[in-house]
Design a protein around this ligand. Structure first.
Ligand code: ADP
Length: 636
């Protein structure tokens, strides 16, 4: 019988499919089962108005039959079936939805690029990724004739008459021989098929049935010596429904409690801690979807290795279309886990298409608002819980502030909390609301721990005026502040580097004049520091202490520490411009000035001591501890 040829574009796709290097071949089963499910949907819908269908809802089913000897997998449905014409139209040409994109992407540059297969679902054709021959035996509802469509791939297909009891479709896939690289035969294993059904088709509305063998204990009829019945085991085959069918997120809130959702989450996450928040959405409108999202109760180590990224799984009407969809919400919410199910999403979605999908964008934006709302609620109603959440995932929000040059900062800023000198964690908004009238700026001190930041001499002056101080404990925190720029019109003041604003203009002028008058002495301090500082000045910043270390310019001491672990030498060698600030009223500084006048050698040694003390207070490593110990010992 003459072979019919596929339409040109289908042929091309088939070629690609057959020689596919596409790694995700296992999706073929999902595609074929989804078609079966759609076909049942159609007949079920007809049965509502057409009594002739003669089927009840419970009668519909999909069977998956593996025959190892024949090396075939059959997916059988009792759906609407196809007429001869439909077979030709539907299976002879590439699926309409996919074909448009396919044609579009077939610019000459990509013609030979097999990886484009991954860019869209390919429905029925995906069977050819694992099969060397596909046979479809189908009988359309309302037709007497059954049809057999058969193809070995790109060279064409045949359509002949066939026999079939009842309406519906059998898709019989003859599995390719194993190669060195791929064991296609593994798809014939019941456990494998079961796993694939569970993974991709667990929530298909219709029962997916398979014969599954298991051991059964039975009484032999004989008795043991003690009179108890004797048992033996035998293998029995049972026809089981593999999928769970109704997804928990598809059910209404009255049917399924929040506790049920949490139990589901724990089961899926291997019984770990309760999530700290649950977001359930049932949206109807331009884009309809259901979502069940969880904010985990604990940090998953994987977060730092990237494998906990994008914990949201996408479904379309119960069919899983993407396992970890990392484009749905921005990275700052990547710790959120859960499910989004929308009938408006096509199965033909891929990570590449996803980025441009308008509907998904809308869903993503809505979900982000819901997640943020839930976090704000938690912050208001249960602060300790929020603090725990922030300990776990605050770093994602902080990174979000710095991402894309601060594009998301206004969306996220009220979710940040900072530890302050009042021994509490507050948002910047709360900080500004609590500011006394006389306070003009937001004071912060950066160091590697709260404890250390607290002990910085520069903080003393701020605290002594009754102003609250924010303690930043990482370089990332400083970048956050830099990106935020201001809060409620108030700018930030780094107590280490910036002018604290406590001096009057006259005082400032007097200080400048004092530095000029002491220029020689200050130059001496710098030159005897062996390049450890760029500048020295007399100032009130050290408070009651003799000295402190500050910086000038964009790089702070915290940033310097951060850069030290940078990827290249250039970054690792970045240094802050250090300034040694000396308190002219302190006895130690007076002693230094005295030594400068009378004994330069001693003055150099005392400079070394003060500088090391300033470094210790600033939390930076002293370059030469032995020299420091020597210098201090000489003082006795
Ligand atoms: P899509 O499902 O995206 O339309 P496919 O290539 O998977 O693309 O299928 C093409 C068409 O073939 C379907 O739209 C449907 O009309 C028909 N078809 C495929 N499988 C079946 C089936 N089991 N029963 C009835 N029709 C089917």
């Amino acid at each position: 019988m003459a072979k019919k040829q596929f339409k040109a574009e289908s042929k091309r796709l088939l070629d690609l499919m057959i020689n596919s290097i596409y790694t995700n071949k296992e999706i073929f089963l999902r595609e074929i089962i989804s078609n079966a499910s759609d076909a049942i949907d159609k007949l079920c819908y007809l049965s509502l108005t057409d009594e002739g269908v003669g089927m009840d809802r419970e009668d519909f089913r999909i069977d998956v039959i593996a025959d190892k000897a024949a090396r075939t997998i059959t997916v059988r449905d009792n759906g609407i079936g196809m007429s001869r014409e439909e077979c030709e139209n539907n299976l002879g040409v590439i699926a309409k939805s996919g074909s448009y994109q396919f044609k579009d992407s077939m610019d000459p540059e990509h013609r030979e690029d097999l990886s484009i297969i991954g860019q869209f679902g390919v429905g029925f054709y995906s069977a050819f990724m694992v099969s060397d021959e596909v046979t479809v035996i189908t009988k359309r509802y309302g037709s007497d004739e059954a049809v057999k469509w058969q193809s070995r791939g790109a060279d064409g297909y045949t359509v002949t008459e066939a026999e079939r009891d009842g309406v519906g479709t059998d898709v019989i896939m003859h599995i390719k021989p194993d190669t060195d690289d791929e064991v296609f035969g593994s798809y014939l294993e019941v456990w494998k098929l079961k796993a694939l059904i569970k993974k991709y088709s667990d929530y298909v509305r219709w029962p997916i049935k398979m014969d599954v063998e298991h051991q059964e204990r039975f009484e032999t009829g004989e008795k043991n010596d003690d009179g108890s019945p004797k048992y033996e085991y035998r293998m029995v085959t049972e026809n089981e429904t593999i999928n769970s069918m109704v997804p928990i997120w598809q059910r209404s809130k009255t049917e399924v409690t929040d506790d049920d959702c949490i139990a589901y989450y724990k089961e899926k996450n291997h019984g770990r801690k309760d999530p700290c928040a649950l977001v359930r959405v049932n949206a109807e409108g331009t884009v309809s979807y259901k979502a069940m999202l969880f904010i985990p109760g604990e940090q998953n180590e994987g977060v730092y290795y990237g494998d906990a990224k994008g914990g949201i799984t996408l479904y379309s009407n119960g069919v899983m279309i993407m396992e970890k969809c990392d484009n749905l919400v921005h990275d700052y919410f990547e710790f959120v886990k859960g499910i989004v199910d929308s009938p408006d999403l096509s199965l033909n979605i891929s990570r590449e298409i996803l980025q441009h999908d308008r509907q998904l964008k809308v869903i993503g934006q809505n979900l982000e608002k819901k997640i943020k709302g839930e976090l704000e609620k938690m912050m208001k109603e249960d602060r300790p819980k929020y603090e725990e959440f922030f300990r776990n995932f605050g770093v994602h929000l902080k990174c979000g502030i710095c991402d894309e040059y601060g594009r998301y900062k206004d969306f996220l800023r009220d979710l940040l909390i900072f530890y302050t000198s009042e021994d509490r964690q507050i948002t910047l908004k709360e900080y500004v609301e609590n500011m006394p009238e006389s306070q003009k700026v937001i004071y912060y001190a950066a160091s590697d721990s709260v404890k250390h930041a607290m002990s910085l001499p520069q903080c003393e002056q701020v605290r002594s005026r009754g102003f609250e101080l924010i303690y930043l404990t990482s370089a990332l925190d400083e970048m956050v502040v830099e990106n935020l720029r201001e809060q409620g019109g108030k700018s930030f003041c780094n107590v280490v580097t910036d002018d604290l604003g406590f001096e009057t203009d006259e005082e400032k002028k007097a200080a400048e004049e004092r530095d000029i008058a002491n220029k020689e002495f200050l130059d001496f301090v710098v030159s005897s520091s062996n390049e450890r500082v760029k500048k020295a000045k007399l100032s009130s910043k050290p408070g009651s202490l003799p000295c402190c270390l500050t910086t000038e310019g964009g790089v702070t001491l915290e940033m310097e520490k951060y850069f030290r672990y940078g990827p290249n030498e250039e970054m690792r060698s970045i240094r802050a411009n250090r300034v040694l600030e000396l308190n002219p009223d302190h006895a130690a500084v007076k002693a230094l000035q005295n030594a400068y006048e009378n004994d330069r050698e001693k003055a150099a040694s005392l400079t070394g001591v003060l500088l090391s003390l300033a470094e210790i207070m600033a939390g930076v490593e002293i370059e030469d501890p032995a020299a420091f110990v020597g210098q201090v010992s000489e003082l006795f």
